[in-house]
Design a protein around this ligand. Structure first.
Ligand code: SF4
Length: 314
């Protein structure tokens, strides 16, 4: 079986097809938010270790998560560009607060539902980074989640983040984000990418659903907000179920997935051709230029960017 097209890759195509070619065909590194990415990995690893240990030996998941945080902190800190020991210490305090807040908010509830999911799925349900795969319009697609949980009505993949904006999760008020991007020509590719991820998770988990059980994706920010009180750091978690963004829009999202994969399969990476000459998206390449090119790390080697500069010089 060929590798699935991952939601994150498809999001890059939606941002700019040429950028997709650089990062997923030529395999040049894209922009990194290195410290942020490492920090999210640390949180995911700590929380998932807490649940794995609780599942295997019945221990307290919070204690095991904290132990995992402390045991990996040295490696994490060594790989991160902290400016000072004070910054590192502050970040450690924030991570502790986030994990505490997470287990206060959902720790045992989610542990119960993870155990239920293990029975329903009969497959590993605690990651981090479990790849769920699905077939949508004949295309193999995938998405990473950190754990799966189930109750009597739903099976849900959970993706942990430190804050929602880092994963470009749309606000509830953005419930028309798919139409606004795909039908009205707004340019919000990353947020639409979060909805694509949700659609893939929903479809992938449907293999375990029965009796009309729903499936879906939840983003959970471990430290949506942090604040100082009495010399201590406190964190606030947030959860967002993605079903709202898919209601009545599955067909639109599926069509978008098929459109992107069709272009990729035919090696069509010219953003002008994909965005201006095809009718699928109502926006145009100019929006890529205005919103993305100026920050793009591939501009020096990008034929579209170079062509534009030459035009500008004339
Ligand atoms: S410079 Fe612009 S056109 Fe070129 S890859 Fe980056 S975003 Fe795409």
């Amino acid at each position: 079986m060929t590798d699935p097209y991952m939601a994150q890759e498809l999001t890059t195509f939606l941002v700019c097809p040429r950028k997709y070619e650089f990062e997923h065909v030529t395999e040049l590194a894209g922009e990194t938010r290195r410290n942020q990415d490492l920090f999210q990995k640390l949180l995911r690893k700590s929380i998932c270790t807490g649940y794995s240990e609780a599942q295997s030996n019945g221990g307290d998941p919070r204690d095991a998560a904290m132990a995992a945080l402390y045991s990996t902190w040295g490696l994490y800190a060594g790989a991160t560009d902290h400016h000072s020991s004070q910054q590192e210490s502050t970040e450690k305090t924030r991570a502790e607060a986030g994990i505490e807040a997470y287990f206060d908010a959902v720790g045992t509830t989610h542990l119960d539902q993870i155990e239920q999911a293990a029975t329903v799925c009969g497959a590993p349900v605690v990651g981090p980074d479990i790849t769920l795969t699905a077939e949508i319009q004949g295309q193999q697609v995938g998405v990473d989640v950190d754990y799966i949980m189930a109750d009597d009505s739903r099976i849900v993949g959970v993706r942990l983040t430190d804050r929602m904006w880092i994963n470009n999760v749309p606000n509830e008020s953005d419930d028309e984000i798919v139409e606004e991007h795909l039908d009205q020509g707004d340019y919000e590719p990353e947020k639409v990418g979060s909805v694509i991820a949700a659609r893939i998770a929903e479809e992938a988990l449907s293999q375990y659903g029965s009796n009309g059980n729903g499936t879906g994706l939840m983003y959970l920010s471990v430290m949506e907000d942090t604040f100082e009180t009495d010399g201590r750091c406190e964190a606030v978690t947030d959860r967002r179920q993605m079903g709202l963004f898919l209601a009545d829009r599955r067909q639109t999202v599926d069509d978008a997935i098929a459109w992107m994969v069709g272009n990729i399969a035919n090696e069509r990476y010219s953003p002008e051709e994909v965005f201006d000459e095809q009718n699928f998206w109502d926006g145009d390449f100019q929006q890529v230029v205005e919103n993305t090119c100026r920050y793009c790390s591939h501009a020096a080697g990008c034929q579209e960017a170079i062509r534009r500069e030459v035009k500008f010089d004339v």
